[in-house]
Design a protein around this ligand. Structure first.
Ligand SMILES: [Fe+2]
Ligand SMILES: [Fe+2]
Length: 135
């Protein structure tokens, strides 16, 4: 069973961003699935790298759109993105060094972070960006 299931409550009313969030959820599920099946650390490491890479792409895209339209909460939102990237990059480094294994706690952390961030932070820009014609 998938760890994280998309539903309409996660929609930010912007098609491109919803699609990116769905892709992130997909990679989190892929990582969870690989972990549950006891896949090798090499495989887990590759999926974790995909997650980090795509998270960077998504954050940069979201930040570009917010900045372009002069969104008032841009700085704090960007700081939240950077904070997660710092944590995940540190985890990835320790995972590669064999200091950490991938755990259900880590998977829940990723899932909860993304879920909470979409619901409580991303969704706040929707009315503003929609009013600027971003849909
Ligand atoms: Fe965000
Ligand atoms: Fe987002």
């Amino acid at each position: 069973m998938a760890l994280f299931t998309w539903s309409d409550k996660y929609s930010v009313n912007i098609n491109e961003i919803d699609n990116q969030h769905k892709k992130l959820i997909g990679i989190i599920n892929e990582l969870h699935d690989a972990m549950s099946k006891g896949k090798s650390n090499d495989i887990l490491s590759n999926v974790l790298q995909d997650l980090i890479d795509y998270t960077r792409v998504h954050f940069a895209n979201e930040e570009r759109i917010m900045n372009m339209h002069g969104y008032h909460d841009y700085t704090a939102h960007k700081a939240a993105h950077e904070d997660l990237l710092r944590q995940v990059t540190k985890f990835d480094k320790e995972f590669r060094e064999g200091k950490f294994g991938l755990s259900i706690q880590m998977m829940n952390f990723l899932k909860d972070w993304l879920s909470k961030h979409i619901l409580e932070t991303d969704k706040k820009y929707s009315p503003f960006l929609n009013s600027k014609g971003v849909i």
